[in-house]
Design a protein around this ligand. Structure first.
Ligand code: GUN
Length: 285
């Protein structure tokens, strides 16, 4: 067996076209505010890509770049302004934030109706209750790819590797809602390879390059790799390359289908962010 590639870039492109079409047809003007504090190079790339993608679908994007030394009070002031700005429908504060800022306090200050990341406690709580809410973009994107790949998720054993608020926890909630039998594994889990080997669906979101080995993958499993790790290029250490949390070459002979890195989950995160922003704009009418 060699895994079929799950083409997240293609699906994301289709979703972005549908969003652009809805914006045009309904003469909407969704606004996305993207806030970046500091100079984290990876965050700078993500934020630029999010703003660019918003503009490409016909949204307007506002970029707030704040210095590394920004205080919590200053950032709360920016959030308050954006909450009251009627041209802004979605607010995204790129994480991580510098250590002097309490990220949870910032997330809690965002109007839940503009929380297109789905990180606010109101949205996280609604997700866990199965109520309509803004669903975090990366797990939402993973679910779209899983539904495209598998005709029925009910009863499947799903293993989520990682328990972050951004991916692992909401991912587990969504899989549970899809009637999967869900295990959440993490750094303290005993016999991780055995837990992984039992899974029909393996979602790796642990942030460690090539962490999941080939023989951890159950034959015929569907593998969703959320990791985006920059490592030195083995062929030319002066250069870097992006790799996932799964050792792709090792896992591919075992899996039925796998997302590549790049071109798998990453583009879906942005497409779902745009989808959430469109939803916020429609609800504000
Ligand atoms: N940092 C890593 N992923 C994300 C995300 O999806 N949203 C925000 N705001 N920050 C992130």
């Amino acid at each position: 067996m060699t895994a079929r590639l799950i083409d997240g870039a293609k699906t994301a492109q289709r979703i972005r076209q549908e969003i652009a079409e809805q914006i045009r047809a309904n003469k909407l003007s969704p606004g996305l505010a993207v806030v970046l504090v500091g100079e984290n190079p990876a965050s700078q790339v993500y934020v630029r890509n999010k703003g660019k993608a918003a503009e490409e679908t016909g949204m307007h994007s506002l970029n707030h770049r704040l210095p590394e030394t920004t205080t919590q009070a200053q950032l709360l002031g920016v959030i308050d302004e954006l909450n009251h700005d009627t041209s802004v429908h979605g607010i995204l504060v790129q994480l991580p934030l510098p250590p002097q800022i309490d990220a949870q306090a910032i997330i809690a200050a965002i109007d839940p109706a503009k929380d297109v990341d789905g990180f606010h406690p109101v949205n996280a709580g609604k997700l866990s209750l199965g109520l309509p809410c803004f669903v975090p973009c990366t797990p939402q994107g993973c679910m779209i790819l899983l539904r495209e790949t598998l005709s029925d998720l009910a009863g499947k054993k799903a293993l989520v590797l990682g328990r972050s608020n951004i991916v692992g926890k909401p991912m587990a909630q969504l899989l549970l809602q899809a009637d999967c039998t869900v295990t959440v594994a993490h750094s303290k889990t005993r016999d991780l390879p055995a837990e992984c080997r039992a899974a029909d669906i393996l979602v790796a979101a642990i942030g460690r390059p090539h962490f999941v080995k080939g023989d951890w993958v159950k034959p015929g499993a569907v593998v969703i790799d959320v990791g985006i790790n920059r490592i030195p290029n083995p062929a030319d250490p002066a250069k870097t390359e992006l790799v996932g949390d799964v050792d792709f070459a090792e896992a591919a002979p075992h899996a039925r289908a796998m997302t590549p890195v790049p071109g798998g989950v990453g583009p879906m995160t942005i497409a779902c962010l745009l989808g959430n922003t469109l939803k916020a704009a429609k609800k504000s009418l």
